[in-house]
Design a protein around this ligand. Structure first.
Ligand code: C2O
Ligand code: CU
Length: 490
């Protein structure tokens, strides 16, 4: 059955689609796609225009240049635009395979979400695609491909998007600190980015740890100045317990979303999560402050800032809150609850099939198991509610895990039934993290939330953005081995 020629399987599925419980989504099939469309840009829009060419480059990360992929040769691209502007980004594909750009954390129209086969056709080598939307919220965001993500993101393809306009009081310095590991050896050569052992557990780790592609960089800031740090965990599997040593820092935004300043002890961040900090730089030039990761046997210094003269003479430091967002508050009184269980995969031809739709009986009497029909491979390790994302996602889009009624509020109870951490990310919506069964949670808005083993985390959202949206683990090997699904807002 594993060797069945692909075309036959495809034909069988077309024939049998209606037999599968819920049917397979009609979209995503060769010939039958219909993609969403985005509202046109008004003629008088203020436009922030850019060209992002995804291409191979050589970059010095270790002792010798590495063959990476990125939107620029020298370090991650940082786009800084103002709230109210429209972003028009032409993505040109100069890499060896199709790609796309997903704008992580931005509440944008479905058509601009950058998920190939779901929201747009794949952009093939030599082709381009223009993304055009008005980001509604200020904050620290990033963007990355949503195709073969282990390889493309693993080789470097990602950039940072800052939407400015949230400061009631300006800072004297505003630094982006984009953290990630590289899976390279001393000679700068990439090691395999995907390993079965890693994918089945906490992910495959790199050991060349960088901030903005440099090992423990030191940034100079004005002594006595007010400093904003935008820390992004852009790694594919590392967890960071973000801390600051040598100064008092306050957390002022989570995933770009302002919150009343909280004195930072440490802030746990899974892949894709961001934290904005504010602090007062030391008064004495030459003094350094360390940005550290406590999620390690020994706290690891990721980057440093160094005060340089002349010393600024500012009034005593008061952490200032950022201007609030206008994310629709979920209505908890009327919200329905959707349980999302994080589960290990059902192995093809075995395992616990009780969660799966009934087997598909083909006209010739052959029984096609659901897992086989969805082309699950032995490399499928993870699932939501017992349903794994099919490996050949471009051939078959699974039906949505759930359909949310547009305009209604929902609580998603994320229940981690695995022995590993999972940073769960939703597209198109910003949610409110409400509570956990394990610890006291300060309610905050986010687009990605880290769920520990045996933890149950409640998040809530108002389903106000119509379309088919991805929901997945942002440990990319988990995403690519099954822990991904679609939720529909209609
Ligand atoms: Cu960074 Cu589907 O996400
Ligand atoms: Cu995961």
């Amino acid at each position: 059955m594993i060797d069945r020629p692909f075309n036959r399987r495809r034909a069988l599925l077309t024939l049998g689609g209606a037999v599968l419980a819920g049917g397979l989504a009609a979209r995503g099939w060769a010939g039958g796609q219909s993609y969403p469309t985005a509202p046109a840009m008004p003629a008088d829009a203020k436009v922030f225009e850019t060209i992002l060419t995804a291409a191979p480059h050589q970059r010095l990360l270790a002792n010798a240049p590495s063959d990476i992929l990125d939107y620029a040769a020298d370090g991650p691209v940082v786009l800084r635009m103002r709230q109210g502007e429209w972003l028009r980004a032409k993505m040109i594909n100069r890499i060896h395979e199709h790609t796309s750009i997903h704008w992580h954390g931005i509440r944008l129209p479905n058509a601009m979400d950058g998920v190939p086969y779901l929201t747009q056709p794949p952009t093939e080598p030599g082709e381009s695609f223009t993304y055009q939307f008005q980001p509604p919220d200020t904050g620290t965001f990033f963007f990355h491909p949503h195709c073969n993500t282990v390889e493309q993101l693993g080789h470097g393809l990602a950039g940072i998007l800052i939407v400015e306009g949230d400061e009631a009081r300006p800072h004297d310095a505003d630094l982006v600190l984009a953290y990630r590991d590289w899976r390279i050896d001393e000679a700068g050569k990439f090691k395999p980015l995907f390993t079965e052992a890693g994918a089945a557990k906490a992910g495959t780790f790199g050991d060349h740890r960088t901030v903005n592609d440099k090992v423990q960089p030191v940034y100079q800031v004005p002594a006595g100045g007010d400093i904003r740090l935008r820390f992004l965990n852009l790694d594919m599997s590392r967890i960071v317990d973000l801390g600051v040593v040598g100064a008092d820092a306050w957390l002022i935004a989570t995933d770009g979303n302002p919150l009343p300043p909280q004195k930072l002890k440490s802030w746990r961040m899974g892949p894709a999560m961001r934290a904005d900090l504010t602090l007062r730089a030391p008064m004495t030039p030459g003094t350094r402050v360390q940005i550290v990761n406590y999620y390690a046997a020994q706290p690891l210094v990721l980057a440093e800032i160094e005060a340089t003269g002349p010393t600024l003479n500012r009034p005593p430091f008061e952490p200032a809150a950022l201007k609030p967002h206008h994310i629709p508050e979920p209505d908890l009184a009327t919200a329905e609850t959707f349980p999302l269980r994080l589960t290990a995969a059902t192995a093809p031809g075995g395992g616990n099939a009780s969660e799966l739709p009934p087997d598909l009986v083909l006209p010739d009497g052959e029984v096609l198991r659901y897992a086989d029909a969805l082309c699950l491979t032995p490399n499928t390790f993870w699932s939501f509610n017992g349903r794994s994302w099919p490996m050949q996602s471009h051939e078959v889009l699974p039906p949505p895990l759930v359909t949310f009624q547009r305009g209604r509020s929902y609580i998603i109870e994320i229940i981690n039934q695995t022995p590993h951490m999972h940073p769960i990310h939703l597209h198109g919506h910003t949610f409110k993290v409400l509570s956990s069964n394990k610890e006291e949670i300060m309610p905050h808005f986010a687009d990605t939330t880290l769920v520990a083993p045996k933890e149950r985390v409640k998040i809530a959202l108002k389903a106000d953005n119509p379309g088919d949206w991805m929901i997945h683990c942002h440990i990319i090997e988990h995403q690519d081995t099954g822990m991904m699904g679609i939720f529909r807002v209609a």
